[in-house]
Ligand binder design. Structure first.
Ligand code: AMP
Ligand code: MG
Length: 431
């Protein structure tokens, strides 16, 4: 089917039957339904490096100041500033050196007037000293040192608490934990912190035609791509994702697998079996349960969608259509925002950019279309975009060469070349 046939086909159907009621739910309404059905995962305590990329679930106060003692900012000589007030290159002040203070040195003896101590960066300022003269401003003497520059009180001294005072809130609940925050927590001596955990997302592919990667598909069989696609996508979205594997189109087998996986899941995702066909087992089996709703969403690809809750903990379940492109688009539009909500993120949807369409893109009014595209950044910083492959939702190779989804809104029936279209870049995660 060409783009034109595809688009006009759906338009024609709508135009020739004016009494037809559109029972499809809009993308925005379905997303709102989904998000309303997503609760929260209880905070857990994790070690610092495991907390990377997550949001803090507690306020962290400084239970000691930073720095926790006055220490030297330079390698040099600890002095009393009054003793070196008149030092100059022409008339150096010469002081006896009464010892060394090294970083990590335990006992630091005090220092009397008229004396100096050799000191290293990070070493505690000895009692009696109030400034450090950097090596460069001295003759680097060992028994006696010639000081060539005057120093004022506090010069080259890192004061206790100047970075963070005792008791002050260092990080607030909701802060994102990246390398810098991990450094601060470590500096404060925290081994573990309370965080919003990664939701556990379990992925199941359904279809009696599916065989696992590594097995030779027989005639009419295909290798399961979706469980890999969706497990990777869930991980990319920040989840702890697990690939359960393949379940054939068999009512009982499906219910058994779902039941056995329920306990260890915060979210379940299935693919396949949600269309109108006779063997669309996911829809058949879960419709009976009553707590999962199967609807049509006014989008292409991804029209048939199932969403609801299963089990005593009301675990959210997404039943996505089986064509790989439909699965990806459904994931991006509905599941990703749900995972981000569970992570506690404020921004749930991916950022979009505006790009200039490099070609005509037909669409069907009333349906939001997501086309796979190649987003290109022009020299002037603006973006242009062209489509990859056709609208067919089985086109895995085209999907793999795309770097974005082009969004053609419901009210648009055709994007003209040169028009501006919203585009969702599918960037690799930074996780
Ligand atoms: P379904 O939604 O079950 O009707 O499947 C729609 C189309 O997607 C069929 O051509 C299936 O063979 C294909 N399909 C379903 N599940 C998968 C999967 N896990 N990997 C690749 N293709 C799939
Ligand atoms: Mg199927």
């Amino acid at each position: 089917m060409t783009d034109e046939e595809w688009a006009s086909g759906e338009n024609a159907a709508e135009e020739t039957s004016p009494v037809k009621v559109d029972t499809r739910r809009s993308v925005d309404d379905h997303l709102a339904t989904v998000l309303a059905g997503i609760g929260r995962v209880d905070p857990i305590e994790l070690t610092l490096l495991d907390a990377q990329g997550l949001l803090l679930a507690e306020d962290v106060a400084a239970d000691h100041p930073l720095p926790s003692f006055d220490n030297s900012a330079m390698d040099g000589y600890a002095v009393r500033s009054v003793d070196v007030r008149d030092a100059s290159a022409e008339n150096p002040v010469v002081l006896p050196v009464v010892g060394d203070v090294i970083a990590g040195g335990r006992s630091v003896s005090g220092m009397g007037p008229g004396l100096a101590m050799r000191i290293m960066t990070g070493a505690p300022i000895p009692a009696g000293a109030d400034a450090v003269v950097p090596l460069e401003d001295t003759d680097r003497g060992v028994a006696r040192v010639g000081i060539r520059e005057p120093a004022r009180t506090g010069d080259a001294v890192r004061r206790t608490g100047e970075d963070l005072a005792l008791g002050v809130t260092a990080l607030t609940a909701g802060s994102a934990i990246g390398p810098q925050q991990i450094a601060l927590l470590a500096a404060l001596g925290r081994e573990r912190v309370m965080v919003r955990p990664r939701p556990r997302v379990l992925v199941i592919s359904t279809g009696s035609e599916l065989v696992d990667v590594g097995k030779e598909p027989g005639f009419g069989q295909i290798t399961d791509a979706n469980s890999y696609l969706l497990t990777a996508a869930a991980r990319d979205a920040g989840a702890a994702s697990y690939r359960v594997g393949i379940v054939p189109d068999d009512h009982e087998r499906l219910m058994d697998v779902l039941e056995s996986q329920l306990l260890r899941a915060d979210v379940l995702v299935t693919s396949g079996g949600v269309s109108m066909g006779a063997y669309d087992v996911v829809k058949e089996a879960l419709s009976e349960v009553g707590s999962v709703e199967f609807i049509q969403v006014a989008m292409q690809p991804g029209k048939p969608q199932g969403f609801g809750h299963l089990g005593p903990s009301r675990t959210p379940i997404f039943c996505l259509p089986g064509n790989p492109v439909s699965s990806l688009v459904s994931f991006e539009v509905f599941v990703r925002p749900a995972i981000r909500k569970l992570l506690g993120k404020r921004r749930l949807e991916r950022a979009t950019v505006e790009a200039t369409a490099m070609e005509r893109m037909p669409s069907a009014r009333g349906t939001r279309q997501y086309r796979r595209g190649l987003l290109h950044r022009e020299l002037d910083g603006s973006y242009s975009v062209s489509t990859v492959g056709g609208p067919g939702s089985h086109l895995i190779a085209a999907m793999a060469s795309a770097n974005c989804l082009i969004v053609i809104d419901e009210e648009v029936d055709e994007v003209e070349p040169g028009a501006r279209v919203p585009v969702i870049p599918l960037l690799l995660s930074q996780r």
